[in-house]
Design a protein around this ligand. Sequence first.
Ligand code: NAD
Ligand code: ZN
Length: 648
Amino acid sequence: MKEFKFNDEQLSTIQELEVDIDLKKLEIAISKESIDELSEDELLALLKVTNALYRSGFPVIEDILYDSFWNKFALNHPNHPFITSVETEVLNLGKTVALPQKMLSTDKAYSKEEIKKWLDRILKAAEELDIDTNEIEIRITPKLDGYAAFDDGERLYTRGDGVKGQDVSRAFERGLKVVRNSERGLGAGEIVINKAYFEKKLSQYFENSRNIQAAIIAEKNVDERVLEAIKEGACVFHPFAVLPNWTGNYQDLMTDFDGIIEQVWNSVEYDVDGVILEATDTRIKEHMGANRKFHRWQIAFKINDEVAEVEVISVTPQTSRTGRVTPVAELVPTRISGAMISRVTVHHYNMVKINGVGPGAIVQIVRSGLVIPKIEKVIKPVDPQMPELCPSCKSHLLWESDHLVCPNKSDCPAQTENTLVHFFKTLANNDGFGPKNIEKLANLGVKHIHQMYDLKPHQFAMYGFGEKTSKNLYDQLQASKNIEIEDWRFLSAFGVSRLGGGNCEKLLQHYSLRELFEATVEDIAELNGFARVSAEAIVKGLANIKEEFFKVYDLGFNLSITPKQSELESLASPLTGKIVVFTGKMLQGKRSDMEKHAKALGAKVGTSVTSNTTYLIAGLKVGETKINDAKEKGVKVLSEQEYLDLIS
Ligand SMILES: NC(=O)c1ccc[n+]([C@@H]2O[C@H](COP(=O)([O-])OP(=O)(O)OC[C@H]3O[C@@H](n4cnc5c(N)ncnc54)[C@H](O)[C@@H]3O)[C@@H](O)[C@H]2O)c1
Ligand SMILES: [Zn+2]
């Protein structure tokens, strides 16, 4: 257990609060992360103290702990002013003014279950209002961790206690801009600082970005580095109204909850401490309303960064598909953010060597909510043990920059097995060839992709699969050949370094599969998007797989060929870049389908004729005036048949 003590700076912040309390008791409670020994008054003092420290940029406990203490106090004192109003800022600039609009805090959730409960309340409100629940739109935005303020177009206010704030318009006078030069007057938002800019230019001088935000609105003389940050647009006022966002209904959200949260979470370059979910329908908002602290139609989803110090039991080398040997630290099993963690990868063996990761080392592990845990730092290093032989084939390992590598490309079981797994996973058009079954087959001697395709149902059975499974595996293999797949996907399934799907597609826009294997480093380096080092790696990688590749290719996969760049260019249609408008009833089919087709041919489809329109395509029953109008504007009028002739 760490013993916590307030430092001088914190003590001076606390002094201004004028709480009458034995600070020693608070220090013990913070150390123990427990309030069991505090009276109600002491608990309130603890909340006030931690809040003030948090607001001045030096939080001393985790948000989740603060929130649990807050909840305990709220339980016994639901009507206490500390509970019913928003936690106040500690900045005091003197006079307060009424805010143009109430600024509330947000309700908080730390788990998907809590979010589901909140969504259920939204859906219930929809039902009470007789609104189709599928139509209820949820909007999710990143929760900016800056300094809350409200811009009414004339003045900028701090949130204050949510009802009265302070006029800090001087921030704009100091050159602060609204993000992306948006207009003023977009309401609530936060003053935020670009993370990368802070790291690069400000972190040597300021402990955290909150200090800077406070300086902009509070101080008489703002540091010139901060003024520079404002001038360069790295420090802005970001209204919530113009945040990147995800919208969709309940079902959309539930199909990919983790993915959506992660995507929104990472959508801005500012500090974020959660995401905000809200119902957008004004009827729902009115119906659900707010209490004195938060809107019931809005909630913050936060994730707790959990840290643990864990002992390493051993470091296991694992050979990957490419031959790189990855060190995996086996840990004394420890619960972090709700999951039992017993292993974590160390990036490469150079890290093991430099940082001293080995049996008996103590490492600090961090897990941010949904994310895979990682080693943050090594607290107690030991002498690391470096493997000399490949754990799979016992070849002597070689160093390649930071990595230990098994040089046995053709016959290392770990490499061949992982290559098979990668192949079937990339094809993604068949079932049955996951890691488990592949391991079973590989152990029994199936080393190469082409060997897999040689297997007959009775052979699967010989390898210990049941009769039905054997037949199914055989059928799946045939299907994977017969179902059409793109040639670039097929090539990328061989797992050559630097030949992921994107690069394969780019290359196959210039070369056929057969030609590509003949291409030289110079040929590839000449193409847009390929540096010389990549070209070298690609040529080498292709040479390594050439024999196996053609054994598999010759099995007759149903490949769709990537269109060649030259063809794409000569294919430019007569509609490329033209603006067309359709009017009247078409004989050939629905007008909407024709519009889609025109778009696919590169045209822009307009809804009304302007002088920029290239063609007006007139179907049946089009009035004479419309046609004459178009002609007057210099627009070429085509009948449906003339149009079809043009594009055929
Ligand atoms: N660790 C600590 O010691 C400590 C102390 C006090 C408070 N806290 C934390 O602060 C919370 C209370 O602070 P708070 O009232 O400022 O609430 P908050 O900061 O958690 O969230 C509410 C605020 O989020 C802002 N916000 C940011 N992005 C937004 C968006 N996209 N849409 C809408 N609003 C957005 C708004 O200004 C709103 O007022 C506590 O629940 C706790 O988690 C921690
Ligand atoms: Zn090996």
